[in-house]
Design a protein around this ligand. Structure first.
Ligand SMILES: Nc1nc2c(ncn2[C@@H]2O[C@H](COP(=O)(O)OP(=O)(O)O)[C@@H](O)[C@H]2O)c(=O)[nH]1
Ligand SMILES: [Mg+2]
Length: 302
């Protein structure tokens, strides 16, 4: 029996939990089963109650208090604890059949994605071993990042880093498209969906330096001031090198997501289905509608 799952990743506030809710809504509308897992120990409000909630295993506030840790250190502790107590996750999943899509909602702390190999260990536990869940990662980046192109490439780099670290099929998503509707030309949007380094050449947000200023390199000012570090020529060169790397490897492409639009959610879901090969594993089902009646509707007048 196969199992299928999607792990929803991305920075804090990218819209992961909102996306999980709209995904669950879409699955329900299409009479599909879903098993929802919340692994964010700081998450409180849910549209759909999680079937498994990490808060039932460990409390972030207790960890912070007892171990004298801050929120980020506390979160890492919670995940280390989860990895030592994987039965909490794997036991309920044993019963899940191939009809289900397992949706895993993650916290957004960047430490989790870059500093320590917690995510690969978690994914390995689910995808490998007896459970053998066919996993796909959905990495969300919010579309408002495109207003600051350097920030957009930094976000894209973190998506790429998660992709290389996890070694499972990966779907990158520009979330909250409703917030940028009408502010970006279709031609430009294409360059974001399939990131092109040339976006940095005509970045309206980048500080323009006159040549003498460039030579002096803002010497009068404190070179370590964030304004000078982020506006300096070497920072721009670094950004361009990062963008060129992303462009050259052509490994990151984004899908657009507007959670208000059912078709948009459905389109993202079908990419996820394809990535895990969900439909290939389904038993043929009895049609739930009356075939003759449908034909009559379509061709009745003819
Ligand atoms: N306009 C808009 N806001 C969104 C969208 N998705 C999420 N948000 C808002 O962004 C904030 C963070 O969303 P949340 O799903 O909690 O992000 P998470 O931290 O990645 O789980 C909330 O205030 C949401 O209402 C979207 O598609 N459009
Ligand atoms: Mg969340």
């Amino acid at each position: 029996m196969s199992k299928f799952g999607v792990i929803v990743l991305g920075p804090a506030g990218a819209g992961k939990t909102t996306f999980c809710s709209s995904l669950i809504q879409n699955l329900r509308n299409n009479k599909r089963s879903c098993f929802y897992i919340n692994l964010d120990p700081a998450a409180e409000d849910f549209v759909y109650e999680p079937d498994i909630d990490i808060k039932d295993l460990i409390s972030l506030s207790d960890v912070m208090e007892e171990m004298s840790l801050g929120p980020n250190g506390g979160l890492i502790y919670c995940f280390e604890f989860l990895l030592e107590n994987m039965d909490f996750l794997t036991e309920p999943l044993e019963e899940i059949t191939e009809e289900y899509l397992i949706v895993i909602d993650m916290p957004g702390q960047i430490e989790l994605y870059t500093h320590i190999p917690i995510l690969p260990a978690l994914v390995k536990e689910l995808a490998g071993g007896a459970l053998n869940v066919r996993m796909c990662a959905a990495y969300l980046l919010e579309a408002t990042f495109i207003a600051d192109r350097a920030k957009f490439f930094a976000g894209t780099l973190s998506a790429m880093s998660a992709m290389l670290m996890l070694e499972i099929p990966h779907v990158n998503i520009l979330s909250k498209m409703d917030l940028v509707k009408g502010t970006v030309a279709r031609r430009d949007l294409k360059k974001f969906l399939n990131p092109e380094a040339e976006l940095l050449d005509d970045d309206p947000a980048a500080p323009r330096m006159v040549p003498e200023q460039e030579q002096k390199g803002n010497a009068e000012d404190d070179p370590l001031a964030p304004k000078n570090m982020m506006g300096g020529a070497s920072f721009q060169r670094l950004n361009r090198a990062v963008a060129q790397l992303i462009d050259d490897f052509s490994m990151v492409q984004f899908l657009q997501l507007d959670v208000q639009d059912e078709d948009s959610v459905g389109a993202v879901l079908s990419y996820i289905d394809d990535a895990v090969q969900y439909h290939e594993a389904q038993e043929p089902k009895e049609p739930t509608y009356d075939l003759d009646e449908d034909m009559e509707d379509d061709y009745g007048d003819g």
